[in-house]
Design a binder for this molecule. Structure first.
Ligand code: B4P
Length: 192
């Protein structure tokens, strides 16, 4: 299964991807996690990305594509993947198509998790308290939501127009949301 997870910050992409990885037995590729690992390592790329991420802006398409190419060059992605956090704009959507075409692959479904902004703000305030992530401050969250509306929402529209989008209600208990995703991508499977 090759899955692309879309959704605003705090919609549950990363949270559900961890469960989907276990269920589908394919790697979870989170561009946010890849970037945070670079920041933590203090690499030149991480130093470039750090401030941009803390503000809630998108890191450059060039950096993202380089990271993604490297990740997709690894053997474990051949049998499938869950891509979480990419694409975040139309240029990235085009780059992903090209990258996958070069590998002779196509994704099976793009799943968009939908959660209202009020609940997103609440969730990210909770994570700010629990984890202290640099980009979960109220200003950065507001900015990330507007970046999502401006740049990432058009990606969902683009996939919708091409019949590739599956919309899932992201509000509810983690297990409920998970079951909805499985139902959407795998209607024949029972979630145990
Ligand atoms: P990401 O790491 O993708 O961060 P995110 O959008 O906040 O989502 P995340 O997956 O972490 O959170 P989730 O909704 O699961 O990106 C961070 C930054 O990296 C970006 O702002 C950007 O700067 C950069 N970046 C990443 N990809 C990029 C790209 N392609 N191009 C350019 N820049 C890029 O969870 C949020 C919280 O909600 C958690 O606390 C969780 O416990 C809670 N939650 C989840 N589901 C819930 C539920 N059902 N009920 C209640 N709470 C729930």
């Amino acid at each position: 299964m090759r899955l692309v997870l879309l959704g605003a910050p705090g919609s549950g992409k990363g949270t559900q991807a961890v469960r989907l990885k276990e269920y589908l037995q394919v790697p979870h590729i989170s561009t946010g996690d890849l970037l945070r690992a670079e920041v933590a390592a203090g690499s030149p790329l991480g130093l470039q990305a750090k401030e941009v991420m803390a503000r809630g802006d998108l890191v450059s398409d060039e950096i993202l594509l380089g990271m993604l190419k490297e990740r997709f060059s690894r053997e474990d992605t051949r049998a499938g993947f869950i891509l979480d956090g990419y694409p975040r704009n139309l240029a990235q959507a085009a780059a992903l198509d090209q990258l996958l075409a070069g590998l002779g692959q196509k994704f099976d479904a793009a799943v968009q998790l939908v959660v209202d902004n009020e609940q997103i703000i609440e969730r990210l305030a909770g994570r700010a308290k629990a984890e202290g992530r640099a980009d979960d401050t109220p200003e950065s969250v507001r900015h990330r939501l507007s970046v999502y509306d401006e740049k990432t929402a058009p990606v969902a529209d683009f996939y919708r127009q091409h019949g590739q989008l599956t919309v899932v209600n992201g509000v509810g208990a983690l297990d409920e949301v998970f079951a909805r995703i499985i139902e959407a991508i795998h209607p024949d499977h029972e979630v145990g």
